[in-house]
Design a protein around this ligand. Structure first.
Ligand code: NAD
Length: 261
């Protein structure tokens, strides 16, 4: 990386850790952007993401979904690479990200923890091996009380991995937030349940429940640093990549498409 890194959302919980992890990896942090009136913890504040991007090789962005489409346009024009961790993107936002990736290299992941990337790869393999008519797939997640979207991006990525393993589209089989007279579980459904409370950083369990046995994969993040360290790893990796939309599976060198989050 020649010029260094810029942090979008530098005043946030992730932004602060990203600056620390970048420093630990001896990467220059050129500066940051955040909403007016926020504290950037000693980083140089830039007027907006376009100005920041002109001075950086890579922008690491953990902000808010409402910022994603604007960032996509600004970064595609600036030429800076983009590590995007923000969750809760709409289908339109996803399109804007995909359009930007035809001009710049983008690493996007619902979860930058390397262990979660492996969990996604395993989820797909297990789902392909255990027949959907015998093994009911349920995804349970818990996060801190401030989280604004549900199910989490990681839970949805697990759902997509299970659906891919079973050769179906998640939207066709998804069952979320059951309440009241729901009727019996649909065969082949992929169920989601979201808990919110306290300061839980992120817990995900993928359960395959049959009549005679259960199999579960669980990941617990105790510290956001797991995500920040993974995002800095992605920033170093993407700095020299050609335009395209990449995932943590690419960063980690996992078999193609297995762990796309
Ligand atoms: P946070 O609220 O602590 O920080 C977000 C920061 O972004 C805030 O300082 C806010 O002022 C700023 N911001 C919001 N809109 C902005 C805009 N338009 N321009 C500039 N700055 C803006 O939240 P957080 O816990 O740091 O998480 C941020 C995002 O990252 C969330 O969407 C969260 O779900 C996601 N996240 C993803 C991963 C992952 O591994 N992919 C891990 C943790 C969090």
């Amino acid at each position: 990386m020649q010029r260094g890194l810029g942090i979008a959302g530098a005043a946030g919980r992730m932004g602060r850790l990203l600056a620390e992890e970048a420093a630990a990896a001896q990467i220059v942090v050129v500066g940051g952007v955040d909403r007016p009136g926020t504290e950037l913890f000693g980083l140089t504040r830039f007027e907006d993401i376009s100005h920041l991007a002109k001075s950086c090789d890579v922008i690491v962005d953990f902000t808010h979904a409402s910022a994603a489409a604007g960032h996509a346009q600004a970064l595609a024009e600036s030429g800076a690479r983009w590590v995007l961790g923000t969750s809760g993107l709409t289908a339109q936002d996803e399109q804007a990200v995909a359009a930007a990736s035809s001009r710049i290299a983008v690493v996007k992941a619902a979860n930058f923890s390397p262990a979660v990337s492996l969990m996604l790869a395993l989820a797909r393999q297990v789902a392909a091996a255990l027949p959907a008519d015998r093994y009911d797939a349920e995804i349970l997640e818990m996060h801190h009380r401030q989280k604004v979207d549900a199910p989490s991006g990681t839970a949805l990525a697990l759902g997509h991995a299970v659906a891919a393993g079973r050769g179906v589209a998640l939207d066709a089989v998804r069952e979320s937030g059951r309440d009241g007279q729901t009727g019996a579980r649909r065969p082949g459904a992929i169920g989601f349940a979201a808990l919110r409370g306290g300061q839980v950083v992120g817990e995900h369990t993928l359960l395959f429940a049959a009549a005679d046995e259960q199999f579960a994969l669980t990941h617990r993040a105790f510290d956001r640093r797991a995500f920040a360290a993974g995002a800095i790893r992605a920033a170093l990796w993407v700095a020299s990549r050609p335009p395209g939309l990449y995932g943590m599976d690419d960063v980690l060198g996992l078999p193609a498409g297995l762990a796309k989050a």
